[in-house]
Design a protein around this ligand. Structure first.
Ligand code: NCD
Length: 310
C-alpha cells in the first residue's frame, strides 16, 4: 500500500478514511513484530523529533519519545509550560516557527482546543496532536482501535459503550469517528452534565452513526462488547462544586463486570482515578495496560509514515 500519510499532520479523528486507518494499524503491527523480534530499526536515523508537552502527560509523551528513539531518531523536548519561553509570554506560533527549523516532526500537547491546528498551519514539518485541551486526541484513538482489533479480532460490528466524562474527555471525541467508520453501535453513557458535545453527536449522526445516549451504565454494559471508561477530567471544570457532583458517578468493579455481557473488554486511556476498581485488574478482559503498551507501536507507525520514512 502506498504511503497515504506522507507529509500529513495528525490533528483530529475526523480527518481519516478507512484506508488510512488500516495502513496505520498494519504499520504498527509491522513495528510491533520488529521490536518483539529484537530487530534493529533505522527508519528515522538521522532525524530529530520535537516533543512539546505543555500539559501533564505520562503515556503519550513517553510512548512517543520511546517510539522516536526506537526508530533511531533523536528527541528534543519541552515538558511543562514553566520551563520554556512560553513562561516568558512567547506565542505558540512563534515557538512553533522556531522549533520547526530544528526538527523533522513535532509532537505537541497543549491546553487550548485547536492548538495543534494552529501549530500545523505554522509548521512546514508534520505536527502530531498529542491532545489539545478538551478537543481531540487522535493518536490515542488510533491505539484504541489497534487494541480493539487485537482484543476482539475485529474493529467492526461491535457494540461499544463510552462511559464517564464524554464532554471534556478528548479521546472519545476522536474515537467516535473511528467507531462510526467501522460500523459499530455506540452507546454514550454519561451523566447529563457530561454528555458528548452536541456538535460531535450531530456530526457523527450526519455521517450515519448508530448512537444511543443514556445515563444507565449497567443496562449499557449488559449489551456491550467493549466498555471504554474515561476519567472525569477534573482539570477542565471551571467550578469545583460541579466536579464534586459528578466525581465517582460510575465505578466499574468486578460485580458490575459479572452483570455485563460475558467477555466484555474493558478499556481506558489511563490515568484512572477511581472509575475502575482494582479488583477488575486481574479480569482477563481488562485491556487497559495492554492498550497503553500498544501506544508505542502506533506512534512508531505514525512517525515513520508522516516523515515518509517507510
Ligand atoms: C488521556 C488524555 O490525556 O486525554 N490520557 C492519555 O493520553 N492516555 C485521558 C485522560 O487524561 O483522562
Amino acid at each position: 500500500m502506498s504511503n497515504l500519510l506522507n507529509g500529513k499532520d495528525i490533528l483530529s479523528g475526523d480527518q481519516f478514511n478507512k484506508d488510512e486507518l488500516n495502513l496505520i494499524m498494519d504499520t504498527a503491527a509491522y513495528f510491533e513484530r520488529k521490536v518483539k523480534n529484537g530487530e534493529e530499526i533505522k527508519n528515522l536515523l538521522g532525524t530529530v523529533v520535537a516533543s512539546l508537552f505543555f500539559e501533564p502527560s505520562t503515556r503519550t509523551r513517553l510512548s512517543f519519545e520511546s517510539a522516536a528513539n526506537r526508530l533511531g531518531a533523536r528527541v528534543v523536548s519541552v515538558s511543562g509550560s514553566s520551563n520554556s519561553s512560553t513562561a516568558k509570554g512567547e506565542t505558540l506560533t512563534d515557538t512553533i516557527r522556531t522549533v520547526d527549523g530544528y526538527v523533522d516532526a513535532i509532537v505537541m500537547r497543549h491546553s487550548m482546543i485547536g492548538a495543534a491546528d494552529i501549530a500545523a498551519k505554522e509548521a512546514v514539518h508534520p505536527v502530531l496532536n498529542g491532545g489539545d485541551g478538551a478537543g481531540q486526541h487522535p493518536t490515542q484513538a488510533l491505539l484504541d482501535i489497534y487494541t480493539m482489533k487485537k482484543e476482539k479480532g475485529t474493529v467492526g460490528g461491535l457494540t461499544v459503550t463510552f462511559l464517564g466524562d464524554l464532554k471534556y474527555g478528548r479521546t472519545v471525541h476522536s474515537l467516535g469517528y473511528f467507531m462510526n467508520l467501522y460500523n459499530n453501535k455506540m452507546i454514550f453513557a454519561s451523566p447529563d452534565s457530561l454528555k458528548m458535545p452536541a456538535e460531535i453527536t450531530a456530526d457523527l449522526r450526519s455521517k450515519g452513526a448508530n448512537i444511543v445516549e443514556t445515563e444507565d451504565a449497567e443496562a449499557a454494559l449488559a449489551e456491550s462488547d467493549v466498555v471504554y471508561v474515561t476519567r472525569v477530567q477534573k482539570e477542565r471544570f471551571e467550578d469545583v462544586a460541579e466536579y464534586e457532583k459528578v466525581k465517582g458517578i460510575y465505578i466499574i468493579n468486578r460485580d458490575i463486570i459479572n452483570k455485563s455481557k460475558p467477555g466484555i473488554t474493558v478499556m481506558h486511556p489511563l490515568p484512572r482515578v477511581d472509575e475502575i476498581a482494582l479488583d477488575v485488574d486481574d479480569y482477563e478482559g481488562a485491556a487497559y495496560f495492554r492498550q497503553a503498551h500498544n501506544g508505542m507501536y502506533i506512534r512508531m507507525a505514525l512517525l515513520a509514515l508522516v516523515t515518509g520514512r517507510i
